[in-house]
Design a protein around this ligand. Structure first.
Ligand SMILES: [Zn+2]
Length: 443
């Protein structure tokens, strides 16, 4: 007997970068994995049967870079340049966060992600144990990297991060993987980066870091170290482990060659980058050089939502606009960034990211009944350019149904909304304290 059979859905797969639709197929799930995809109704018994006639089945979307608990700061500071955004607003406000706040903020963000068809998130934040608890309870899949900054307590924070990795890597039946998260080369000294690199090698885990976010950061790094942020991080040894570089808006040609040679992946977060006016990763050029790129949301303080379909849509439009060429970033490539390439970027390419037998049953079903989604001439076009987050009907992660007919089954939605609203006002208090200092640039 199967655990779940999704019956009669249109199933999205890929042939290379081309989307392929399998019409009216059924998907059988056992022990958390897809065990069969068949071109008809599978007649065998299942513990749970999900009728999906007319629905589109897609691989769960992958959010490759998030600060999920920052949902609590959604919309708190707008139209402000990045230096003031960090130093005058976000880093002072984040000193107010307790682990309980982080837990409820993470739950709010995870609820939003599940409702938008996101089944896996790469998280970079502090109070990471509270986030791990939210991930464990909600049933979402996650790669968790505790954020580390330089400062008087850096050795203690690194030791705590190592403890976290030992405790959580592979936890929740393998749904949780744990990496190390040095914040960036502008908030971590080369010495600290080298210590993190050596711990990552010892633990055999990856690194998740913010890198080359703005042109000013690159100029500052050249002035201070005589090399780009990418070269600083490489020389500290961080690229000797699997590495995920968030943003990467300003690599030069030499940087791109370094990323490709070391198999470093990039998480592009186009909405945040456009909104802060800092530039968006040259994704088409990175991919052409062989760099794996996934999509992220960053925190909701800058991105305002955790909608990865929106990120794919924005990036596709942006790349066509950048190159003045409609052929750039075709449908299948944009959808792969949000699914299989995203999974590979965070070290989970053999686990999730596609609807294939043997991979995890991370499955999203979308309704296509509303005016904005009909008629369906091309299912991939409908998905990328017309679908809305609330077209998502059902979400399955590791063979467990987390949402059915838009009802969350593992999260007390009303309580999450209440707790988040109740905490939000207190968190906006700004004192002299900051979690870190963003370097200010001259001229
Ligand atoms: Zn970030």
């Amino acid at each position: 007997m199967y655990d779940i059979i999704v019956r009669d859905a249109d199933v999205l797969q890929f042939d290379g970068d081309a989307p392929v639709l399998l019409p009216r197929h059924s998907i059988a799930v056992s022990n958390g994995r897809i065990v069969r995809i068949a071109p008809r109704v599978i007649d065998e018994p299942a513990r749970e049967s999900i009728p999906a006639r007319g629905m589109l089945a897609i691989p769960g979307l992958i959010n490759c870079h998030a600060h999920t608990a920052m949902s609590l700061f959604r919309g708190v500071v707008e139209d402000v340049p990045i230096e003031a955004w960090f130093n005058d607003y976000i880093w002072p406000m984040e000193t107010n966060l307790t682990p309980e706040d982080v837990y409820w903020g993470a739950m709010l963000g995870i609820a939003e992600m599940i409702e938008a068809g996101v089944t896996c998130v790469a998280e970079h934040y502090f109070s990471i144990h509270a986030i791990a608890r939210a991930v464990e309870e909600s049933g979402i899949r996650a790669n968790l990297a505790p954020t580390i900054f330089s400062g008087p307590d850096e050795a203690k924070h690194l030791a705590e991060a190592v403890d976290f990795v030992n405790r959580w890597n592979g936890a929740a039946n393998g749904r949780i993987s744990a990496w190390l998260g040095p914040h960036s080369p502008y908030t971590c000294t080369p010495d600290l980066l080298a210590c993190v690199a050596s711990e990552a090698r010892r633990l055999r885990v990856g690194i998740h870091i913010h890198l080359s976010e703005t042109a000013a950061q690159v100029a500052e790094s050249r002035a201070r170290y005589g090399k780009t942020p990418v070269a600083v991080v490489r020389d500290a040894g961080l690229f000797e482990s699997p590495a995920l570089a968030a943003h990467m808006a300003h690599p030069d040609l030499h940087d791109v060659a370094i990323l490709a040679a070391h198999n470093v992946s990039v998480a592009s977060t186009p909405k945040t980058e456009m909104k802060l006016g800092i530039g968006v990763a040259p994704v088409t050029a990175l991919r052409a050089a062989g760099v794996t790129v996934g999509l992220g949301s960053d925190g909701a303080a800058s991105n305002n939502d955790y909608d990865i379909l929106e990120a794919a849509r924005l990036l596709s439009l942006l790349e066509k606009h950048r190159h003045s060429d409609a052929r750039v970033m075709p449908l299948g490539v944009a959808l792969r960034l949000a699914t299989s390439d995203g999974a590979r970027a965070i070290g989970l390419g053999s686990v999730t990211g596609e609807l294939r037998e043997g991979l995890a049953a991370d499955i999203v079903l979308l309704r296509r009944k509303a005016p904005h989604a009909l008629p369906v001439h091309d299912a991939a076009a409908t998905l990328l350019y017309s679908a809305r987050a609330d077209d998502v009907d059902t979400v399955i992660v590791a063979g467990r149904v987390l949402m059915r007919q838009r009802r969350l089954l593992t999260i007390d939605r009303r309580r999450v909304l209440r707790e988040a609203s109740r905490r939000a006002i207190r968190l906006t208090r700004r004192s002299e304290a900051r979690v870190a200092l963003y370097p200010t640039h001259q001229g």
